[in-house]
Each structure stands twice: as C-alpha cells, then as structure tokens.
Write a protein that binds this ligand. Structure first.
Ligand code: FAD
Length: 161
C-alpha cells in the first residue's frame, strides 16, 4: 500500500473538528496525572462505551496500571488548561478538581465521564484504551473547539436538527 504524506495526513485530519478533553488518572503511587486529548470517541450506547488513543508516556502508564481514567470535557474558556496538560505548564499546582468515584474531575468541565477499562489495543505508536462508562455528568455551557490545529470558541448556531 502506498503511504500518504505525513504532513498532508496531519493537515487533513486537523480539518475534522473536535472538542478538547483532559484525561485524568491516578498513577501506581496514587498521584494524580492529567493529559490533554482530542481522540475521545463515544463508540457504543449499550453498554455505554468510549475510547481514547494515548501515546506512551505518564498517562499511558497510569491507565495501563490502574485500569481506570476520567474524561473532563473543557469549556470554551479552557485553552490554558488544555495547554497545561499538553506539556506547557501554566503553574506548578494542579488546577482545581474534585473526586468522582475515585477519579479526578476538573472543576468547570462541561461533561465528565468515569471510565473502567475493558480492552487495550496497541495500534502503531498509540494505544486505544476502550472503557465502559460507570458515571457521567454534563451541563449546557459551550465547549472549547479544536480545528485546523488551533483553538476556537464554542459552536455557532445550529444549521439543522
Ligand atoms: C488539542 C490537543 C489534543 C491532544 N490529543 C492527544 C490524544 O488524543 N492522544 C495523545 O496521546 N496525545 C494527545 N495530545 C498530546 C498530549 O496532550 C501531550 O503529548 C502530553 O504532554 C502527554 O502527556 P503525558 O501524560 O504523556 O505526560 P506529561 O507531559 O507528564 O503530562 C502532561 C502535562 O500535564 C501536566 N500535569 C500532569 N499531571 C499533573 C498534576 N498532577 N499536577 C499538575 N500538572 C500536571 C504537566 O504540566 C505536564 O506537562 C494532544 C495535545 C493537544 C494540544
């Protein structure tokens, strides 16, 4: 099979609009870790099942070790949080969070999912962590949007139902 040009692939993939989430987990020592991710996908309703695609690193190790992760969906004002958990720390302290079913939930998120790992699939340089959702909550505030490798404020008016 002919391989696509990696730059063209990255740019084409960036045209698929996503929200931005912060994955959270406790590592082996019980310390909180967080990681920005836009690979979150809802894949089944019955039972409620999701996946995230994670490259090797601290979050990868924590999820593999504990079999659990949280997904906090960022509000439209969440750009600095996204940067913080993508390796550009804004402050030394952990941003405000509460605990839901033993998992950190970022304060001010517009949706939260507590996830119990059911399957792990290694694909190329990432791992798909497939999980059942054991708890979730949401509110109607607008999301942070990621498109063309840049942050955007929440969606405009709907064009259809
Ligand atoms: C919009 C966007 C989407 C992304 N989507 C994905 C994706 O789907 N999959 C993927 O693999 N990568 C994704 N990334 C890249 C990923 O966020 C970074 O590579 C990240 O740094 C990897 O985190 P880590 O757990 O490996 O390690 P680290 O680099 O150790 O953790 C990330 C950062 O989180 C902060 N942090 C972690 N724990 C704490 C704590 N307890 N207290 C305070 N701060 C803490 C630190 O500042 C650290 O720099 C995305 C990046 C962006 C910007």
């Amino acid at each position: 099979m002919r391989r696509v040009d990696p730059v063209a692939f990255r740019q084409a993939a960036s045209r698929f609009v996503t929200g931005v989430a912060v994955l959270t987990a406790l590592d082996r020592r019980g310390e909180v870790c967080g990681m920005t991710a836009n690979s979150f996908v809802s894949i089944s309703l019955a039972p409620p099942t999701v996946l995230v695609s994670v490259k090797p690193g601290r979050m990868h190790e924590a999820i593999a070790a504990t079999g659990r992760y949280g997904v906090s969906v960022l509000p439209e004002g969440g750009k600095e949080l996204s940067r913080h958990f993508a390796g550009r720390p804004a402050a030394d302290a952990l941003p405000a969070c509460e605990t839901v079913q033993g998992l950190p939930r970022l304060s001010g998120c517009i949706a939260f999912f507590a996830c119990e790992l059911i399957r792990t699939v290694d694909v190329s340089d990432h791992t798909l962590f497939i999980a059942e959702v054991s708890n979730c909550d949401y509110c109607d505030n607008l999301p942070l949007v990621f498109f063309s490798s840049r942050y955007h404020l929440g969606p405009g008016m709907p064009v259809d139902h």
